[in-house]
Design a protein around this ligand. Structure first.
Ligand code: NDP
Ligand code: ZN
Length: 351
């Protein structure tokens, strides 16, 4: 079968591979819609997880089940499914401890385009099919459904990690597709003032649609100063970090109230250390909390998020700004994610 792959750090191309084999608990899925992720960009062009050779990229796919293992109970050949980007081993001890995304080791629930071939192939393998697939709800658009694989669960996890409560003043740093979903989640969780940091006009407009009350442009001055101005010097209760770099945590600590919480879902592709400013950290006694996380994957979460879409609470399909038809467009869509032209939020490739 054909697949679009990372050939090595900084190199991508088409390769031929054997179709994956299906174990007793697994499924083989043929993708019908896929989307590249900023994480693919960190992986290929920043070498963020180290060298990978001839690894098929991609971890966001909706598809059709082509084969199921003998022990799979709830899915059958022909089912249209949403495949979670994170596919934990649900019987692992880490999963039993509540951290399924780290089953098998830190970040090891993230298998596609990390430890095994991803979804940009003609077929792909899903471990623990009953735990990691979700039926595509009748009538749901492929645009919205594909965002349930990664963008929506990650952005929503940012809001969970930040522990947003009714009436909190919130700042979401980064309003690419992940941050935009964090804005939507923060609004649903009851944020009062909801500040969103980004520079692209279309992202800012969608952030406002999803509930942002103020837009902060990090290219037009220090974001800490801008947040302090907007909060009359008080700072914010909660922060979601969904963009930026190793210096962003420093800024977040400075704009956070004592007792506040930072939820980081940003994937730091480069830099060795994350600094915490000592004084603004209350010399170690500020009760300022940092929670960071890989998004929880799995079927229940996909089903619950899909239910929110069906109920009309949120429409993640609005993230799709560029649509392609055909396998041959995977490369172009990934390059769009790398180059981030001003009109891009998220591309979708229909197969
Ligand atoms: P984008 O690159 O599309 O968005 C990043 C956002 O951060 C943009 O709004 C950008 O602004 C903004 N930004 C860039 N530099 C700065 C800065 N110095 N200060 C403040 N804001 C800045 O990324 P995605 O939304 O696709 O993904 C966000 C992150 O989440 C990525 O690192 C991705 O790898 C990660 N991720 C993590 C997952 C997890 O499970 N934890 C899962 C999926 C993704 P603009 O472009 O407008 O200038
Ligand atoms: Zn991703």
């Amino acid at each position: 079968m054909k697949g679009f792959a990372m050939l090595g750090i900084g190199k991508t191309g088409w390769i031929e591979k054997e179709r994956p084999e299906c174990g007793p608990l697994d499924a083989i899925v043929r993708p019908i819609a896929v989307s590249p992720c900023t994480s693919d960009v960190h992986t290929v062009w920043e070498g963020a997880i180290g060298e990978r050779t001839d690894m098929i990229l991609g971890h966001e796919a909706v598809g059709v089940v082509e084969e199921v293992g003998s022990l799979v109970k709830d899915f059958k050949v022909g089912d249209r499914v949403i495949v979670s980007a994170i596919t934990p081993d649900w019987s692992s001890l880490e999963a039993q401890a509540g951290y399924a995304m780290h089953s098998g080791g830190m970040l090891a629930g993230w298998k596609f385009s990390n430890f095994k071939d991803g979804v940009f192939g003609e077929y792909f393998h899903v471990n623990d099919a009953d735990g990691n697939l979700a039926l595509l709800p009748e009538g749901m658009s492929l645009e919205a459904a594909t965002m349930v694989c990664d963008m929506m669960p990650t952005g929503f996890h940012g809001a969970e990690l930040a522990d947003i409560q009714y009436g909190d003043d919130v700042c979401v740093i980064g309003i690419g597709p992940v941050g935009l979903m964090a804005v939507a989640a923060s609004a649903l969780k009851g944020a009062a003032k909801l500040m969103a940091v980004g520079s692209r006009a279309n992202c800012a407009a969608l952030a406002q649609e999803y509930g942002a009350t103020d837009i902060i442009n990090y290219k037009k001055g220090d974001i800490v100063e801008q947040v302090m101005d907007l909060t009359h010097g008080k700072g914010v209760d909660r922060i979601v970090i969904a963009g930026g770099n190793v210096d962003t945590m420093d800024q977040a600590i400075r704009m956070l109230k004592p007792g506040g919480t930072i939820g980081n879902v940003n994937y730091l592709g480069s830099g060795d250390y994350v600094r915490i400013p000592r004084e603004e950290w209350g010399c170690g006694m500020s009760h300022k909390k940092i929670h960071c996380g890989l998004m929880p994957g799995g079927r229940l979460r996909s089903e619950k998020l899909a239910a929110m879409i069906t109920a009309g609470r949120v429409d993640p399909g609005k993230l799709i700004t560029h649509k392609f038809n055909g396998f041959e467009n995977m490369e172009e869509s990934l390059l769009l994610m790398k180059d981030k032209p001003a009109d891009l939020i998220k591309p979708l490739v229909i197969l």
